[in-house]
Design a binder for this molecule. Structure first.
Ligand code: NDP
Length: 245
């Protein structure tokens, strides 16, 4: 069974890490891809590597117009949108006492509002098609809070709440729109590079010594998409086997 082949998949934060790895796997399995991120040079390189059935669009998910334009690119280039993966996110964790308001705002804008803008942009298309799948990247930090994770955890708890609300609303109207919450543990990507609080960074680097490669997450996304349309894989938690948090 290949329920991935020929699906039109839009993914935000496709320029590195989990996004880039997911693009690679879905493309191997025959999906048509539309990649969004701010670093266009990275997207161009990925597009060249894949070679066919891939569109790119410079997208800052904090800008609703740009998110709308990303979804429109999918529609214009491939005629439909089967899957939206709201993957863009950042994790500049810090202790609240440090009062890093810019980083709090950034996390809220990208991790929460970016996801909402994606849902808002794609739902009219999916409702009209009477099919679709929205996959949102949460985190283990969306299940547990620890010192320094308060704001990041807050954004990821919000992603889980929003996705569950979406699931219930779409099930109630019978739109056939599937939802998936994916909560990774420590995955070896660029995510920890942006932690400016050095005390926090040391602790996180310790946890990330056992980080696993992002292909573990890409495979889960591929599995959720590949399941038959009547089956909605609603939630995954994927940690390194040795992660105790
Ligand atoms: P990376 O830092 O490698 O990737 C993050 C991606 O988000 C980049 O492609 C970046 O692209 C994009 N991004 C950041 N800000 C914006 C923005 N304003 N607009 C559009 N894109 C943006 O990290 P990961 O691959 O690990 O992260 C992917 C998701 O997985 C995130 O939501 C993260 O919270 C989640 N996650 C990751 C874990 C891990 O351990 N790695 C653990 C739990 C959850 P660009 O800079 O080009 O815009």
């Amino acid at each position: 069974m290949n329920n991935v082949k020929d699906k039109v998949v839009v993914i935000t934060g496709a320029s590195s890490g989990i996004g880039e790895e997911t693009v690679s796997l879905l493309s191997e399995n025959g999906a048509k891809l539309v990649l969004g991120a701010r670093r266009l040079d990275r997207l161009e390189k990925i597009q060249q590597k894949i070679g066919h059935n891939v569109s790119i669009k410079k997208t800052d998910v904090t800008q609703p117009d740009e998110v709308n334009a990303l979804i429109e690119t999918a529609y214009n280039d491939f005629g439909r949108v089967d899957v939206l993966i709201n993957n863009a996110g950042l994790m500049p964790q810090s202790f609240l006492e440090k009062n890093k308001q810019d980083e709090w705002n950034q996390m809220i804008d990208v991790n929460i509002k970016g996801v909402l803008y994606g849902i808002g942009a794609v739902l009219p298309y999916m409702r009209k098609q009477k099919s679709g799948h929205i996959i949102n990247l949460a985190s283990v930090a969306g299940h547990v809070v620890f010192p320094g994770s308060a704001v990041y955890s807050g954004t990821k708890y919000a992603v889980r709440a929003i996705t569950e609300g979406l699931r219930q609303e779409e099930a109630a109207v019978g739109s056939n729109i599937r939802t998936t919450i994916l909560s990774p543990g420590a995955i070896d990507t660029e995510l920890t590079d942006h932690i400016s609080d050095q005390e926090m960074k040391q602790g996180i680097d310790e946890v990330y010594k056992d980080a696993i490669k992002p292909d573990a997450i890409a495979r889960a996304i591929n599995y959720a998409i590949n399941e038959p349309e009547e089956s909605s894989v609603n939630e995954f938690i994927i940690r390194p086997s040795s992660q105790n948090l």
